[in-house]
Design a binder for this molecule. Structure first.
Ligand SMILES: O=C(O)C1=C[C@@H](OP(=O)(O)O)[C@@H](O)[C@H](O)C1
Ligand SMILES: C=C(OP(=O)(O)O)C(=O)O
Length: 451
């Protein structure tokens, strides 16, 4: 029986809350995969515990890596990772995780036998063609162009041309494993612009942090030299994209939300929230962390997504204060597309129109996010229009009703944001937030109860 819809709480007064966030999905799944391919045992600290991260752990175990949780706190789990020879004969469940369906197949092509992949029903619709074609041209055999598929190596590596306009993860997936290919890899993108470039920068920085030589000097070309991946002790930053709905609550309620341990320098897409929320009427400041000293403003040495202590030097608190009035904005979110559902929810509550551009690739995310956002905002009486590459959202009073999540964690949290201002919004399948934030409901409730 499906769970009852979640009555999204409405805020009657401005929120004042501090919300510590668990680790980044994107950093966690890169760090685990790099540790599994490394030249010795390593530790991934403060890793996220969520469905996507659990799927990555299960995938790496199935391929022969030993992962032992050596410490678990509210900040996450510390994984002791001991690489083993990549083992064939495995079946990998990717769930609905882009980072598993795009990052693990290049590793599977290193296995000593075939590896099969499948996932949730919608995962079969997410684009896979360009990365599977790339793997084929590098030597692998693959029986389909989308999930489910079976892949067999060996993979020599070499040069490949692909169209990564559908997802930056095609590039990241190939780069992450490429040092283990006999010839490394040279990737050339040909086609409309690649989205989510900061996520590729995250990949490049994390590779360099484990000693891999990467040349990313030419636009749309990436080269990884073959060689060892160094075993390191890596610490995962808090998930800044998951900060989005909580920070949005400050704007909706005219309150203040503080996120501790916000990195001074990061490749995470969520860092763009500082500018986006300012443009929507918030005041965004950094404050020395109450619990840890702030690093100099010049930034922490080597403070990439994979190094440093995520609660120590190199971070500050991020403080966002709203006025209760939200200003619409005209913005290109191509680089930070995963922020779109939260920004669209804010736009639906804004007093002036908004236009979101550059995110046609969101049609290949957990669901077609442009269609889903327009449908759900309009279902509540709003005025949202899909364009070829985004959304136009005009002010119109909203009313209560069901907000469908389409098994998309960020749709579910967008419904929660709207529910803060609109009585009687019910979010269908709030449990889907477990993809990246299993504690979402408890955290949201605690935020609303904090004083
Ligand atoms: O590499 C990553 O960790 C991600 C890359 C982006 O994918 P797309 O380029 O497909 O948008 C982003 O939206 C996704 O949430 C995570
Ligand atoms: C697009 C997203 O996820 P995935 O890693 O599954 O692509 C997302 O988290 O917004």
């Amino acid at each position: 029986m499906p769970a009852p819809h979640w009555p999204a709480p409405t805020a009657t007064t401005p929120i004042t809350a501090t919300v510590p966030l668990p680790g980044s999905k994107s950093v966690t799944n890169r760090a685990l995969l790099l540790a599994a391919l490394a030249d010795g045992p390593g530790v991934v600290r403060q890793a996220l515990r969520s469905r996507d991260a659990d799927l990555m752990v299960a995938a790496l175990r199935a391929l022969g890596t030993t992962l032992v949780a050596v410490r678990e706190t509210s900040a996450g789990v510390d994984w002791q990772v001991t690489p083993g020879p990549v083992r064939g004969g495995a079946h990998i469940d990717v769930g609905l995780a882009g980072t598993v369906m795009r990052f693990v197949p290049p590793v599977a092509a290193l296995a000593d036998g075939p590896v099969s992949f499948d996932g949730d029903p919608h995962a079969r619709k997410r684009p896979m063609g360009p990365i599977l074609d790339a793997l084929r041209s590098l030597g692998a055999r693959i029986d389909h162009d989308a999930l489910p598929f079976t892949i067999s190596g060996p993979l020599a590596g070499g040069e490949v041309t692909l169209d990564a306009s559908g997802s930056s993860q095609f590039v990241s997936g190939l780069l992450l494993a490429a040092a283990r290919f006999e010839k490394g890899i040279t990737i050339r993108h040909v086609g409309p612009p690649v989205p989510s470039l900061p996520h590729i920068e995250m990949t490049v920085e994390m590779l360099r942090a484990v000693g891999v030589r990467v040349d990313a000097g030419e636009r749309d070309v990436w080269r990884v030299e073959p060689g060892p991946i160094a075993a390191r002790d890596m610490t995962v930053e808090p998930d800044l994209s998951n900060a989005a709905p909580f920070l949005a609550a400050a704007l909706v309620t005219g309150g203040t939300v503080t996120i501790p341990a916000w990195p001074l320098r990061t490749t995470q897409a969520g860092d763009a929230l500082r500018d986006l929320l300012t443009a929507m009427g918030a005041t965004v400041t950094r404050a020395p962390a109450a619990s840890s000293p702030a690093a100099p403003a010049s930034g922490a040495p080597g403070a990439s997504g994979s190094s440093g202590d995520s609660t120590g030097p190199g971070t500050t608190d991020l403080v966002v204060t709203g006025t209760g009035r939200i200003t619409g904005l005209d913005t290109d979110l191509r680089d930070v597309g995963e922020l779109t559902p939260t920004i669209a929810a804010l736009a639906a509550l804004a007093s002036t129109p908004s236009r979101i551009r550059g995110v046609s690739h969101l049609r290949g995310h957990e669901t077609d996010r442009l269609a889903a956002l327009a449908t759900e905002i309009n279902r509540l009486g709003g005025d949202a229009e899909e364009t070829e590459d985004g959304l136009i959202i005009r002010p119109r009073p909203l009313h209560g009703g069901t907000f469908h999540s389409y098994d998309d964690h960020r749709m579910a949290t967008a419904g929660a944001v709207i529910g803060l201002a609109v009585p009687e919004v019910e979010v269908e399948n709030i449990a889907t937030t477990a993809k990246t934030l299993p504690e979402f409901v408890q955290m949201w409730t605690a935020m609303l109860e904090a004083r």
